[in-house]
Ligand binder design. Structure first.
Ligand code: ADP
Ligand code: MG
Length: 635
């Protein structure tokens, strides 16, 4: 027709189309899942409008999806009686990418170099996936708005499309005619199509006909009694909801009557779907009112820290025509959320008790997100019970312990749960603050992720035991636990202690206001020195995070503790006693301080430390060779 207008696809759309068309993805059948899901969405909108009493075109048409095949012509047609599209909607819906998921997909493929073949099935890439199999697509559509005329959209997916008034008289809905590529003719085979529908679209709540035969037969599973549902049916439903190729780790099917009425089926997946992001945003439960889908991925039904859960919630207590805002503010929804949260936590508790290995699988996949639950004050005890951390008694960093397990292992009289933070086990093992606990045989939890400290600090106490950062412990409070195996071989005499005090004063003078104090340490056994936070509530790890967040590069003033029983201290004491102004005292003091800063992660510029190390090494090596030349024992 002469009035046909040609448009170029938006640049992003063209990029996506190129990826899709040239993708060597073998599982091309998912295009049908996408088209059927769009048809179902369009039907949902009509049903929703009708329930609200809005006038729609052709109100008596049944809500359904009809697929027909023409093997000889290599053609497949998918028709629905849904909302249809106006001319503007055609241009904005099928000419541009509106969908955040598609943008995400593009980003992963173009910026993060993910192979499209790996993720195309997981991301619904929507309508455009039809160009994996089509050489030509015609969309004829009539909007549900009675006044809006029918339109025809055509494209070969190569860069442009046309829009024109439809020549025929059409009733409400959309018909998508797909002319298949030579190599994709299998999709004109009705048996193949029926098979794909059963596989991917079995739970669509509208009838789907293939060449006039109804193929989807399964009713809303969540409304059935759970005793009539097999594991396979749950697994199939889960797959339909999530596109996950593996069965779920756990399924929770419940029917609640009070304080609110709802049915739900919830799934915990085996694998996390977060690729790189730490904070999930694309999550939620599908909200139905008496089998009618009201909202896909509603986030008010579930807290973010349980966002790995997917599923459906169906309530009869909500009016159909509620706005998004009203749903958000509904007390009913928040009651459902409270109940659902408790159910999921209970399920996890059961799992941890009955099958610890499976719980470990859960923790490794979803623990990172779950930890965000530190803000859920209402369920704090249960939340804390479900936490897992690596700990000092484990062989390597794969070990996981609960707070209960820690408590079971506590020493007689121990009233606190100790933890220490660091990027990994090796780093923590060399943290001087661990020495006190090691020497007393006290267990310590190892925290590897920055969020862990926020988590434990919000928990505060668990079963009457305060959670405490190792570096905040006063060694005097641990005297009852004896001094353990690492008892120092030599200690200072009272005479030596006096001059040691003077040495510490001299060190303090050298460091000036870079430290609050230099004092003798009771916590060290193998390290010569360490930094201690003056009675502040936050640990050095937390302080560092806050420094980074505030773009603050200053070094907080801390106490430098010196181990009086370390050989270095004894030698230093000798040097100092002979000549308080010996340059070696200054050199060692600076070096101990900077090394302690480095260990605590505060040393931004190591060049003076490095230069001093070289200086000390060359001095040491000349003494060593001199001594050797003199025939002395050097070791
Ligand atoms: P999504 O379904 O995630 O929004 P798609 O790429 O699958 O992304 O579809 C883009 C848009 O095109 C849909 O949001 C919808 O507005 C419109 N659309 C697609 N198919 C149909 C259809 N059969 N009936 C009505 N609108 C449709
Ligand atoms: Mg879609």
């Amino acid at each position: 027709m002469s009035t046909a207008q040609s448009y170029d696809f938006q640049a992003e759309t063209q990029k996506l189309l190129n990826i899709i068309i040239h993708s060597i993805y073998t599982n091309k059948e998912i295009f049908l899942r996408e088209l059927v899901s769009n048809a179902s969405d369009a039907l949902d909108k009509v049903r929703f409008a009708q329930n609200k009493g809005t006038e729609v075109a052709d109100p008596d048409q049944p809500l359904e999806i009809r697929i027909s095949t023409d093997k000889d012509a290599g053609r497949l047609t998918i028709a629905d009686t849904g909302t249809g599209m106006s001319e503007e909607e055609l241009v904005s819906n099928l000419g541009t990418i509106a969908k955040s998921g598609t943008e995400e997909f593009l980003k992963k493929v173009t910026e993060e170099q993910e192979s499209p073949e790996n993720i195309i099935g997981r991301f619904g890439v929507g309508f455009y996936s039809v160009f994996m199999v089509a050489s030509q697509v015609r969309v004829t559509t009539k909007s549900a708005d009675p006044e809006t005329p029918a339109m025809l959209w055509t494209s070969d997916g190569m860069g442009s499309y046309t829009v024109a008034p439809a020549e025929e008289d059409m009733s409400r809905g959309t018909r998508i005619e797909v002319t298949l590529n030579e190599e994709e003719k299998e999709y004109a085979d009705p048996d193949r199509i029926k098979h794909i529908i059963k596989k991917h679209s079995n739970f669509i709540s509208f009838p789907i006909f293939v060449d006039d035969e109804k193929v989807n037969t399964i009713p809303a599973l969540w409304k059935e009694s759970k005793f009539n549902i097999t594991q396979d049916q749950y697994a199939e439903f889960y797959k339909f909801l999530t596109y996950d190729s593996q069965p779920p780790l756990e399924t929770i099917h419940t029917s609640v009557d009070a304080p609110v009425q709802f049915n739900s089926i919830l799934f915990i997946p085996q694998k996390s779907t977060l690729f790189f992001e730490n904070v999930p945003t694309d999550y939620g439960l599908d909200l139905y009112v008496n089998r009618v889908l009201i909202q896909h991925k509603n986030q008010d039904l579930i807290p973010q820290y349980l966002s790995f859960v997917s599923g459906v919630v169906d309530t009869e207590d909500l009016p159909l025509n509620l706005s998004r805002q009203a749903i958000q503010e509904s007390a009913l929804i928040s009651k459902i959320r409270t109940t659902i949260t408790k159910q999921i936590l209970q399920k996890l508790k059961d799992l941890a008790a009955k099958d610890p290995d499976r719980y470990t699988t859960f923790w490794e996949e979803h623990g990172k997100v779950f930890k965000l639950g530190y803000s859920d004050t209402g369920n704090r005890e249960t939340f804390a019970q479900l936490l897992r951390f690596n700990a000092s008694w484990h062989q390597d960093d794969t070990g996981l312990a609960s707070l209960d397990e820690y408590i079971d292992r506590m020493k007689e009289g121990q009233k606190e749960i100790y933890f220490i933070s660091g990027p990994n086990r090796e780093n923590i093992a060399s943290n001087p603050h661990l020495e006190l606990f090691r020497s007393k045989g006290l267990d310590v939890l190892y925290l590897f992720e920055p969020v862990d400290e926020f988590v434990l600090q919000s928990v505060g106490t668990y079963r009457e035991y305060a959670l405490k950062a190792a570096e905040h412990v006063d060694p005097g409070d641990l005297e009852q636990f004896g001094s353990g195996e690492d008892e120092p071989k030599e200690t200072l005499s009272s005479e030596e202690e006096k001059s040691f005090d003077q040495l510490l004063k001299a060190m303090q003078d050298i460091l000036g206001d870079r430290v609050t104090e230099v004092r003798s340490s009771k916590r060290l056994s193998t390290s010569p020195a360490c930094l201690v936070n003056p009675e502040s509530g936050i640990s050095s790890q937390m302080q560092k995070i806050m420094h980074i967040m505030n773009k603050d590069s200053s070094i907080p003033k801390q106490i430098l503790e010196i181990n009086p029983n370390h050989p270095l201290s004894r030698n230093l004491l000798k040097v100092y006693s002979q000549d308080p102004n010996d340059a070696f005292v200054r050199q060692s003091t600076e070096h101990l301080f900077e090394t302690a800063l480095l260990q605590a992660g505060y040393l931004a510029d190591p060049h003076t430390l490095v230069n001093r190390s070289f200086e000390i090494l060359s001095q040491a090596s000349s003494w060593y060779t001199q001594a050797k030349d003199a025939g002395e024992e050097t070791r």
